[in-house]
Design a protein around this ligand. Structure first.
Ligand code: DX5
Ligand code: ZN
Length: 220
């Protein structure tokens, strides 16, 4: 098994502490910074935007893994690429149709970022199978997008196992990223079943020893 990447999320850090928090995560040996972008439309809350992502890019060397929980992502991907994103993940449910999604995945490729796609927990995985050859990352949401601190949805394990098998059978090479409700207790299950990238918000932010939590999440 290759090394699991740990991507702490910007949520739940308050904006006022974010720069310091990110610097600490870098010292604590996080691999990526998962930037939770919410627009108050696709999900209820509003969090960071491209201005904050651009600022973060000047403060850290961590690759910025932008998770776009926004309406009309087709209009936003270019500004996040310009802001310094390493990878951008868009939501299947945010698109008006197949052509719009396809065009956006192609656009992201030409922008030079890693191409990510995600579905909400309630969306059938069959809907996205045809897009998997076009993506670098598939993000399995193991909570409903919108806030940190929720419990891991167990059904996500079935999805991860399915994706792992599908990837192998179809000789694809996308990475499986899992986001929501992951902690030191359940991470072994998630990694054991095929996750390559672990996103964690509360488990790291609320930890008394963040470096140790990051290392434990890596399941080494
Ligand atoms: C959910 C976000 C997640 C979340 C992770 O809307 O996409 O990245 O903040 O936080 P925890 O690990 O607390 O579920
Ligand atoms: Zn996220």
């Amino acid at each position: 098994m290759s090394k699991v990447l740990i991507a702490p999320s910007t949520d739940p850090s308050p904006l006022s502490e974010l720069t310091e928090y990110v610097k600490e995560l870098e010292r604590d040996k996080a691999d990526w910074l998962h930037c939770d972008v919410m627009d108050g439309v696709f999900v209820e809350r509003k969090t960071i935007d491209e201005v904050v992502v651009s600022l973060l890019s000047t403060k850290t060397q961590l690759p910025l893994d932008v998770h776009l929980m926004v309406a009309n992502p087709q209009d936003k991907v270019a500004s996040y690429a310009k802001a310094g994103a390493h990878s951008i993940t868009v939501h299947y449910e945010a698109f008006g149709g197949k052509m719009q999604l396809l065009n956006t995945l192609h656009k992201m490729r030409t922008l030079g970022v890693k191409v990510g796609l995600s579905i909400k927990p309630g969306t059938d995985i069959e809907c996205i199978l045809r897009y998997l050859p076009l993506v670098d990352i598939f993000l399995v949401m193991s909570v409903e997008p919108g806030k940190s601190g929720q419990s891991f949805i167990k059904d996500s394990l079935t999805k991860i196992a399915f994706l792992q098998k599908y990837r192998e059978e179809n000789k694809l090479d996308f990475l499986i990223e899992v986001d929501g409700g992951i902690n030191e207790k359940n991470v072994n299950m998630v990694v054991g079943i095929g996750a390559d990238i672990i996103v964690a918000g509360s488990a790291i932010y609320n930890s008394d020893n963040r470096a140790q939590t990051i290392s434990k999440l890596r399941c080494e």
